[in-house]
Design a protein around this ligand. Structure first.
Ligand SMILES: C[S@@+](CC[C@H](N)C(=O)[O-])C[C@H]1O[C@@H](n2cnc3c(N)ncnc32)[C@H](O)[C@@H]1O
Length: 610
């Protein structure tokens, strides 16, 4: 049995006898189980008791004076008056008074049409990875609409959601408290608890529960130590520790959130070779970070060094594997070492990389004399602003603008990045800036309208939804056809973005062959995202239109059924392919730039004439 040591977790006691360990875990589990259920029973009884009214006092009857003051009292009787009888009861329920109120009938000139039933969707700000819908049917779709034949859905699924045994939320509370007691009070390691296989979850899952949900306050937690955050053993190196955290936090730069549900296959960032030679590291420092900066001359008074443990060196080196071009000034506070020493140590890293090829991508190691190094330009902001710069290569311009964008993103400002003719407006790495719009009725059901003006090429918003695979796209077809509205954007032969169940306001953009917006699929940090751009200047109040592509509406054999206000004549008529695509867009790879750029895009020029 493992006896794991860590600075962040208690010292675990090794229980050599396995049956002793099993007995301990089951004993603690049983005690917690009983304590919790005793509390739960009492808590439920109290809740029922508190919600029962012990005595009932009848509220006072309607105030008679108000009625007496009514201007309609004792009117001049005429034919157009209607009379209502009001009976006033006293507290015991006997009739106190009966009187009449008169009212003139109200004539409504315009009949208000009830708004047709309309399904909303879960608002999301980024795509959700669904892949395929589950094998179970969560509910009967359109159950209040007898014209929908839900047998189709029953055939498409293997069983109903209510056939799946529900996870008991109480068991999470009990498992958490059992683990807490075993680790904190009995000093048992997570690995040992897992080995017994007595708890319904692994300790890794159990540790996540508390971050995912609130537990009922079933005991006084004031003086109780909570579960140690991590079981990473000190014996493991900094690389393992880094990888552990990187696997918990999504490493996709569009995301960087814990327990991400979009990028299901978390990829550890790959190590990269340095681009900046050691001798040129001074280029990236605009001013020395302090007295101990490697840029400062060595003074006798600060020549005493710190002691470097092997773990310190290892930590620095593993950091350099991922970010080899970081400045020594930036690394100093991270490694908690003087900048000058960091700089000296990275010379060792350089020679280690050169000899072992460690950290090199495609077996390439930086060669100080190769042409791969593009000198870094200090203060890129002022440099880029200087339009006179005669020799700014395209690559250089791209790098500079990216640098500016990243800096400004940190300052939370709006940023324009120029990529050839394309202009991408971004309010940050994580959220995409969008123009202000509103959803309201249009000729084709609801539509999206501008609340402010914008220029041609401006990003209006990102089209978001559930990322679904082809079979799910097919199985959702019956719903799409019945609803008469499709919210699917076909990304490539494998994936589509479906905004029917989850999405944002862009799902309301209608079709027109003379579209005033274009769509562009961007490959952003390895993820396809759909940007909607103005194809012409748009004014406040303009409705936005996309050209759904030639396959969306075909021939003239009836109109798409259902949907509000679809009695209006459709541009095309029957719905053959319920997904809209860029007219000439064939494959995702067509829509992306070459490798290396983290934001790439397709030329939006195939859009319909504005
Ligand atoms: C992405 S939704 C657009 C929002 C939709 N109008 C609504 O109310 O939710 C696409 C659906 O809108 C309708 N639609 C959009 N443009 C149309 C057009 N030009 N002619 C007929 N129907 C259109 C079709 O039902 C289509 O499947």
């Amino acid at each position: 049995m493992a006896s794991t040591l860590s600075t962040s977790v208690p010292t675990y006691e090794a229980i050599s006898d396995e049956s002793e360990l099993v007995a301990l875990v089951s004993r603690v589990y049983r005690v917690v189980w009983e304590e919790y259920h005793t509390w739960a029973l009492q808590n439920s009884e109290d809740a029922v008791k508190n919600s029962t009214r012990t005595s009932y006092t009848r509220p006072p009857p309607l105030c008679r004076e108000v009625v007496a003051e009514s201007p309609l009292q004792a009117p001049e009787l005429s034919d157009d008056l209607e009379a209502f009888t009001i009976t006033d009861f006293d507290a015991s329920g006997s009739v106190k008074q009966i009187f009449e109120v008169y009212s003139r009938p109200i004539t409504v000139d315009k009949v208000l049409r009830p708004y047709p039933p309309y399904e909303s969707c879960t608002p999301i700000s980024r795509n959700i990875m669904v892949g395929d819908d589950p094998d179970y049917l969560p509910f009967i779709p359109f159950s209040d609409d007898p014209s929908y034949d839900y047998r189709y859905d029953i055939c498409e699924h293997k069983y109903f959601a209510w056939h799946v045994p529900n996870a008991d939320p109480d068991s999470e509370v009990i498992a958490y408290e059992t683990t807490r007691r075993l680790v904190v009070d009995h000093k048992i390691s997570y690995e040992d608890i897992d080995e017994t296989e007595l708890l319904p979850f692994s300790t890794e899952e159990i540790r996540k529960f508390h971050r995912k949900r609130d537990f009922p306050r079933w005991r006084d937690t004031k003086d109780l130590a909570s579960l140690p955050r991590s079981s990473i053993a000190a014996a493991q190196g900094p690389k393992e520790i880094t990888n552990y955290f990187l696997s918990t936090f999504c490493s996709n730069l569009n995301c960087v959130t814990g327990f991400c549900t979009t990028h299901l296959e978390t990829q550890l960032p790959s190590t990269v070779p340095p681009r900046i030679p050691y001798s040129k590291l001074g280029d990236i420092v605009q001013e020395p970070c302090g007295r101990d900066c490697f840029m400062q001359p060595i003074l006798a008074e600060n020549s005493i060094g710190t002691f470097w443990q092997p773990a310190d060196t290892e930590f620095l080196f593993s950091f350099l594997d991922y970010a080899p071009d970081s400045s020594s000034c930036d690394l100093a506070p991270i490694c908690r070492k003087p900048c000058r020493e960091i700089h000296k140590q990275r010379a060792k890293y350089r020679s280690r990389s050169a000899s072992s090829n460690a950290g090199a991508k495609n077996g390439k190691v930086y060669n100080e004399h190769s042409s791969e190094y593009t000198p870094f330009v200090p203060s890129p902001l002022s440099w880029a602003k200087n339009k006179e710069q005669p020799h700014m290569s395209e690559e250089m311009e791209r790098l500079l603008l990216r640098q500016i964008a990243l800096r400004q993103t940190l300052r939370n400002e709006q940023v324009f990045m120029l990529y050839g003719q394309h202009r991408v407006r971004s309010g940050g790495l994580l959220t995409v800036w969008s123009t202000r719009t509103e959803v309201r009725e249009s000729k084709w059901g609801l539509g999206l309208f501008m609340l402010e003006s914008c220029d041609e090429g401006d990003l209006i918003a990102e089209y978001v939804g559930e990322l679904i695979c082809e079979p799910t796209f097919d199985s959702r077809n019956a719903h799409t056809n019945h609803r008469g509205r499709s919210y699917v954007f076909k990304l490539n032969p494998t994936f589509s973005v479906d905004g029917a169940n989850a999405g944002n306001a862009t799902r309301y953009i209608n079709h027109s062959p003379n579209a005033n917006c274009g769509t562009t699929v961007c490959l952003v940090n390895g993820e396809h995202r759909v940007g909607i751009y103005a194809a012409t200047r748009l004014e406040k109040g303009d409705e936005l239109f996309i050209n759904y592509g030639p396959k969306f509406f075909i021939s003239s054999s009836g109109s798409p059924k259902g949907g509000p206000n679809l009695s209006a004549e459709a541009e095309g008529t029957s719905l053959e392919l319920p997904a809209f695509v860029m007219p000439t867009y064939e494959h995702a790879s067509d829509a992306t730039y070459s490798e290396g750029s983290d934001v790439s895009m397709e030329d939006g020029s195939e859009l319909g004439e504005p």
